[in-house]
Structures are given as C-alpha cells and as structure tokens.
Design a protein around this ligand. Structure first.
Ligand code: BGC
Length: 857
C-alpha cells in the first residue's frame, strides 16, 4: 500500500504540476503531498533503523553482495525476502521466454513518451508475473558513434530526448511495484575493452551530455536503483568514483535508492565501499566479510558506511512494499495480448522511413501478385541484438512471416536468405553453433591433392618450441567453450597451416571468428591479413585478398584461446559466391522486393563493438538485388547507422528497423502496406561516411595520439554537424511519412523573458497530405550571445501530434531556466547568460522552418 501511495502521489504531482503551472493550486497540492511523503518516509526510516539494529555486522556485509547471479539474499530474522532481478531493458529476459518490446533506440525513435510509459508498464507487469523485484533497465548511455555494441539498448544521441523516454519508461515500470535500474552510470559509450577503458570527459560535457538522462531518472522519475558501469571515468572506476556516486548522485541529486555495480564491475573492496557503492553484483567478490571486517577493524571503512548501504537496501525494499506482499503475482499472465499490443505499437512507431523515391511505399497489395523477401535478417526473426539484453521471445515474428501473414493468400511471398551463412564458409560443425559452422577448401599440399589443414598444439599459451601434438583436420571450425568462460591457467596455442588454390583471379574473402578474449592472427603467404587482439568480446572479421587463379597460397592461422578449448573458425570464399543466385532470380520475377539486411546477436551486442559496414557480403547482396529489381525496399536491422555508400543512390526506399522485438515482422508489414503511416524519427545523426562522425578521431584511443577520448566535448551528433560544413546523410530528428506536414504561426511569449523563464512557445502544425499520420514537432533553442561556445541549437522539447488529413493542432510548450542554461565550470552550476536566444521549430534538426528570437535577462 505504502508503495502504491508513493507511486500515485509522485505521478499525481508530476502530471498536475505540468498542467496547472502558474496556478496557486499547485503550490497547495504539492505541499500537501510533500507533507504526506515526509510522514511516510519518517515511518519508513524508523522501521529501517529497527531492522538494522537486529542485524550483525557480518549479516550486513552479506547483504551488500549479491547471490546466485541475480539476487539479494534474504534475511529471515528481519522478514526481508530474497529479492530477484532480471535483465531488461527490452524484455524481462532472465527468467525464460518473454515478450520483447522495441529496443531502446527504437523506443527513442518513436519520440512517444506515452508509449515509453506503456512499455514500462508492460515490462513491470511481465516482471510481476515472474516475481521479479528489479528490472535491470533502462540503459541511457548516449550514442556517440555507430560502433558501440550496445547502442541498440540506449536512447540515442540527445540528452533531452533520452531523459524524456527514460523518465516515462521508469515511471511505467515502477507503477507496477517493480524497481527500475537506470544504467550504466556513467560515460559508458563503447563496448571495446570495457573493463579497462578510461572515459576522459570534462565536467561541462558530462553535465550537458552524458549525465542528464540519469539526473532526470533520479530527480523526476525517482528511480529505485542505479547501476555503475565497467569503465573508468577520469581515472577512477565508476564503482569507486566519488564524484559520480557521492558528490553528484547522492549529494546533489538526492538519490535515496540502491547504487549497484554492473556484473563484475567492482575492482576494490575498500574503494567501492567508501565511494558510494551500495551493492556489489553478482556477488560479494570484493565487498565481503573477508575484505571488509579487517578494513573496519583497521578503520579504513567505517561501520556507519556499511549501515548506510544496508539502510538504502532496506528502505527501498520497504518503499516498494517488498516486505508487505508477494512479488510474484500469479494473476498476471506470462504472455498476454495486451503485452503483444504494446510490443506491436512499439515496433510500429519505431520504424523510420529514410528514403521513399517516387512514393514506392506504401506497397499496394492489390497490385502486387508476388513479393520477394530476401536477406539474412528476413527469417528467422531478429528481435534483439546480443548480450544481456538478448531476448528469447514468444514466437518472434520475422519480417518474412509478418509480411506473409498480412498479405494472406492473394500475394505470393518468395523467400531466400540471399547470403551464405558462416557455417557455409567455415565447415559443417563446431563454431557454427555460435557464429553460424561448410566447405572450407584447404589442402595440406600445394598441389591440392590432400584436403585438410595441419593442426599443431603448443603448451604455455604461445607458439614457441616444438608442438606438443600434431594432426590433420578437415577444417577450422570448432565450438569448444563458452564465450564468457573464465580464463584457464593451462593456456595453449594452436597453429594451422594449409594451402588454398583460388579458382578465379581476383578477390578472395577470408573470414574468421573467435569468442570471448581469444586472440588470433591470419597470414596469407606470410603476410598478416588481420588479427584479433585478446579483448573481451568479438565479431567475425573478414578481409579480401587479391590472388591469381590456380596458384597455391600458404595460409597460416595462429590461435591463442583464453580457455583450454578451441572455439574459432576460418573460411575463405570468392566474394561473388557469397550471394545466392536464387535470391536474385526470385528478385527478378517478383513485383516488389523487401531486402532485410543488418546485424544480429552474433555481429552486434554487448562486450564488443560492431563494424560500421554491414556484415560481410551484404553490400554485394544489396547491389545484386537492386540490379535484378529496382522496386526494392531495403530494411536495416541495426542499433544505429551503417555504411550505405555502396548502394544508397540506387535504392529507392529505405527503412530503419532497429531491433523491433517480438512483433517486428507484423509492424514492418503494417508500414510497408500502408496500414500504419510511419512516424519514427532518427534519435541519432546518420553520417555520410564514418570519418564525418564528430567523435571519429577520439572514439578509439589512437596509439601515440595526445588527444583525449571524448575530445569532441559537448559537440556530439547534430551539435557538431550544425556548426561545420560537413552535413549528415540523414539528420537527427529526421524521418519521412506517407503524409506531409506544415508548421506555422510561431509565437514566443514573453519576447523579453527572465532567465528563470517560463517562456511559452506556441505554433500550429497541419497535416497537408492525403492520409492521417503523426508528426514529431521539435523545438530547439540557440544561444548565440552566450559567453561560452554553445551548439547552434539544442533540443529542448518536442511533441508527437497525431493528425487526420487536413487537421491542425495548436502546440504550446513551456521552457524553463534549465532549457536556456549551460553548465558553468567556474561556478559549478547551471548558468543563463542574458542576451538573445533563438527558437527553432521543425521536423528535424536540419529542417526548422519556424524561427524567432527572444531575450532573457
Ligand atoms: C551488463 C548489464 C547487465 C548485467 C546482468 C552485464 O554484463 O553490462 O547491463 O544488467 O550484465 O546481466
């Protein structure tokens, strides 16, 4: 009940406060509610103290380290139940099959805060149906560059958009009596070598770009838990970072919930204990009795510090009423039509139409007798990318089956994967289980008489001295171990040598894959072709090598596994053989083609970065299909932008699908067939070439470079493109509709405002097209007279408006002090410089037809 009152009062206050701004009723209402809250919280604090007093120091320490991977342990003496966690963020995925909602980046592409709340509520329900107390989401790290393997989980490049989506998502989850966990705090914007990477970010950039979504989650949505990230920030690991955990989160933002570590992101017991970490997950590897009892005795950690952590855990559990009811609600279905509807809506609204030449879309099912659906992402469904967010979803609907379901029996749907899978390149067994497993064409002799490779095994983890074992194997394609396995103490190394004899002259594509921290090197005729360094996580690598026909080349593959097992593959294929000729044949005979390309859990996900280019062979497939049938819509599955340079000019229609969850196939069909008018808008800027990305020179550490990582500072995404000559291919906020919209009648009031606001911006938006649709009206502010460099414009509000054809809506938004302010490093506070401000209103960061000035002092 307590929880319920808290949830209701918070939501009541937020929504009424927004509606009634300026009316004295708000003040009275807020005071009443605050009084109620403080009574509740005094009672809770008293209960917490009483519980705490019954625990021994040992028990208290036990409580601050997780157990069994996903739990906080029970303390029966004080009636404290075991608390269960589940990964999100796009489904309650840890405890079996579940419903998958559109991934975070797609949810942000909807720009629909009410949808974010609905998804949150549905996730909260799914959690209750599984007895889950903590949902490990949302993830709110900012998108800097497309390679970050976890961009798909996050809400894009803009801190304001990310904040709005996060707040509504969290409120939705917590309204169901489930703690949301905002992650990964902070500046965790790449997956490459994530345990060791040091994000060097200046304070202004942190405050303006990387922290606001966390701040809003804490201050507005009152999120119950925060998760510290793996990386270091300005020299200190997040889990022992005083600035992040104590100065900002606790003291400035007033966070009262639980600060937990990411799984295995604690590196030092005393430093973590003293710098704000409340809960080490998944176990007390550092914050345990063995380390902390002597530290307490020696006075390097105080018992009061431990008490404070336990207090936070107990208080949060009480506030969510975990001691007063069963978290498992058997009345909530594990699978429901309501959840499916939310999943469908999230997938539909996430789709961004990037290109639609000559109105190719929507397709008219009455005119199309046959449609070819081609590509590696067409079937089976790819509801999510990989890692801890990967979902095992109930009957995930693939693009192929979704389209076929929607078209019924009148239109023939022809399907072809289009490309060879890795298993067709590597060989028939082994690593195929993970990377896909064929037909490697290696020989032990240069004449090509004896198929196979010489395999040598070495002890001691390096290729030196004589091999301990030598044999001949048919291919390199072995699934030995678990990608997350702990490194072995008995390290081995392997060397394979063989000959390859190309049948044709020209490019030959070598493809290799390993897992986890395994390293390898490939040499062709003694020249290094590529190598994999021993960092956590990896995606398959490929490189084309020019070779003459009929001449044997020596191939050498050296492999250094972190465990004592072989889990790797190597193959070679002539690039033109990657594309299945049947795919282009069905493309040529169909009335229309849908070409589903992109990534999947093997090529994009947690613990490694992905490539900017589409996985090997996909550009060739797109070009071949476009040549066979121009009537082709390219659908991209990816957590962000991809390299489109080889084919975009020839592709008449392109849709960005992100990762759409369980219902992605139905959603795509609705949009392709015009049942749903696309309304998604990019939450990222899409660069023309990777080199144009503002973080290009600072994303990966360049050996010998003096540049700090994050040197682009606050000029991330459109904030950078706006001030230079380089323009993005598709700007932030951009997305096409089957309709058109017109903006007019901008008014800004007052024309001379106070620095504290409020400033009211109002305008009309009209649907001038032939079909109903939704437009996302975006309001940006510029501060050209500021005393510090500021972006030309920054998103400060937006509204998604649904309009019938011919319909007009008057939109009013209110700006406050924070909308005008920047982070002043001198005063260490938000500051508004008096002067002229600019208002821009439009449908993307690059199209702002309405503009006006006002002054603030
Ligand atoms: C991820 C977290 C996740 C945790 C638990 C970690 O590897 O970074 O986002 O919540 O695992 O699965």
């Amino acid at each position: 009940m307590e929880t319920f009152v808290r949830q209701l009062t918070i939501r009541f206050r937020v929504s009424l406060a927004t509606l009634l701004i300026g009316l004295s009723a708000v003040a009275i209402l807020t005071i009443t509610i605050d009084a109620q809250q403080s009574q509740d919280s005094t009672a809770t604090d008293q209960r917490v103290d009483a519980m705490l007093a019954k625990l021994t120091l040992e028990q208290k320490i036990d409580l601050i380290g997780g157990v069994e991977g996903m739990f906080i342990q029970a303390m029966p003496e004080i009636g404290f139940p075991r608390l269960k966690m589940s990964d999100g963020p796009m489904g309650v995925r840890t405890w079996g099959t579940t419903t998958g909602y559109a991934a975070g980046i797609g949810l942000a592409a909807s720009w629909d805060t009410e949808l974010a709340r609905r998804v949150g509520v549905a996730l909260g329900q799914d959690a209750r149906a599984r007895g889950v107390n903590f949902l490990l989401g949302p993830g709110v790290n900012i998108y800097r560059a497309p390679m970050n393997g976890r961009n798909f989980e996050y809400f894009g490049e803009d801190p304001y958009l990310a904040s709005r989506i996060a707040v509504h998502y969290i409120e939705g989850v917590q309204s169901q009596g489930v703690i949301a966990t905002i992650k990964h705090y902070a500046a965790n914007n790449s997956e490459f070598d994530r345990h060791r990477i040091n994000s060097v970010v200046d304070e202004r950039t942190l405050r303006e770009i990387y922290l606001p979504a966390f701040e809003a989650g804490v201050k507005e949505a009152r999120v119950g838990a925060v998760m510290d990230s793996y990386n270091l920030l300005n020299g200190d690991h997040a889990t022992q970072n005083k600035f992040l955990n104590i100065d900002v989160l606790r003291n400035e933002w007033g966070f009262k919930g639980i600060l937990m570590s990411d799984w295995g992101a604690t590196y030092d017991a005393v430093a973590a204990a003293n710098n704000g970490l409340d809960l080490e997950m998944p176990s007390g590897r550092f914050m345990n009795q063995k380390n902390l009892l002597p530290a307490i005795q020696a006075g390097t950690v105080s018992e009061a510090t431990i008490d404070e952590k336990v207090r936070r855990i107990l208080r949060t559990a009480l506030e969510f009423n975990f001691l007063g009811r069963d978290q498992l609600d058997l009345g909530v279905p594990l699978y429901s039509q309501e959840s499916r509807q939310v999943a469908l809506q999230s997938a539909e609204e996430s789709l961004v139409l990037l290109k639609n030449e000559d109105h190719l879309l929507p397709l008219d099912p009455h005119k199309i007798r046959s449609i070819a659906i081609i590509g590696p992402d067409a079937f089976p469904a790819v509801p999510s990318a990989g890692g801890s967010a990967e979902i095992d979803s109930f009957e995930p609907v693939s693009f192929m089956t979704g389209l076929s379901d929607a078209l019924g029996t009148n239109t023939k749907v022809l399907w072809n994967r289009g490309l060879k899978d890795l298993k067709d390149v590597f060989g028939d067994s082994g690593v195929s289980a993970f990377f896909g497993g064929g037909g490697a064409k290696f020989f032990t002799d240069p004449e090509g008489q004896h198929p196979g490779l010489k395999q040598e095994e070495f002890g001691g983890g390096s290729i030196s001295g004589g091999p301990t074992q030598t044999r001949t194997v048919p291919n390199i394609n072995s699934w030995g171990g678990d990608q997350w396995a702990e490194p072995s103490r008995h390290k081995k190394a392997y060397r394979w040598t063989a000959y390859y004899i190309p049948k044709t002259s020209g490019s030959q594509r070598f493809i290799a894959a390993g897992v986890g921290r395994d390293a390898y090197k490939l040499f062709v005729d003694d020249k290094l072709v590529f190598e994999q360094e021993p960092h956590e996580g990896q995606v398959p690598q490929s490189r084309d090598v020019d070779l003459p026909a009929g001449k044997a080349v020596a191939v050498r593959f050296e492999y250094f596994p972190q465990t004592d097992k072989i889990t790797c593959g190597l193959g070679v294929i002539t690039p033109s053989d990657m594309v299945d000729p049947e795919a282009t044949k069905i493309a040529a005979q169909a009335d229309a083609v849908v070409l589903a390309v992109g990534f999947d859990p093997r090529t994009e996900g947690e613990a490694h970065d992905r490539t900017y280019s589409l996985p090997s062979g996909q550009d060739d497939l797109i070009k071949a299909v476009l040549a066979a049938n121009h009537n082709t819509t390219v659908v991209i599955t990816a957590g962000g932008s991809v390299d489109t340079s080889q084919w975009l000019n020839d592709a008449p229609a392109v849709l960005q699908a992100w990762y759409g969850g369980s219902e992605a196939g139905h959603a795509l069909a609705q949009v392709l067939l015009g049942e749903v008018n696309p309304s998604g808008k990019l939450p990222i800027s899409w660069e023309r070439r990777l080199e144009d990305n503002p973080s290009y020179n600072y994303y990966y550490e360049v050996p010998g470079s003096k540049d700090d990582p994050y040197k682009e500072g606050i000029f991330v995404g459109y904030r950078a493109y706006d001030r230079g000559d380089t323009k993005p291919l598709f700007p932030f906020g951009f997305g096409l509709s089957y309709s058109t919209f017109d903006f007019s009648h901008l008014r800004v009031n007052p024309a001379q405002a106070s620095a504290d606001g409020p400033v009211t911006v109002s305008f009309d938006v009209r649907n001038t097209g032939k079909v109903a649709g939704a437009e996302v009206c975006q309001v940006y502010i510029g501060d050209p007279s500021a005393s510090v460099p500021r972006p030309v414009k920054e998103l400060k509000d937006f509204e998604r408006v649904v309009l019938d054809t011919g319909g007009t809506q008057h939109v009013t938004i209110t700006l406050n002090r924070r909308s005008l302010a920047y982070w002043d490093v001198k005063s260490k506070d938000w500051k508004v410089d008096p002067g002229t401000f600019k208002v821009f209103v439009g449908d993307s960061s690059a199209n702002v037809p309405l503009q006006a000035d006002f002054s603030a002092k």
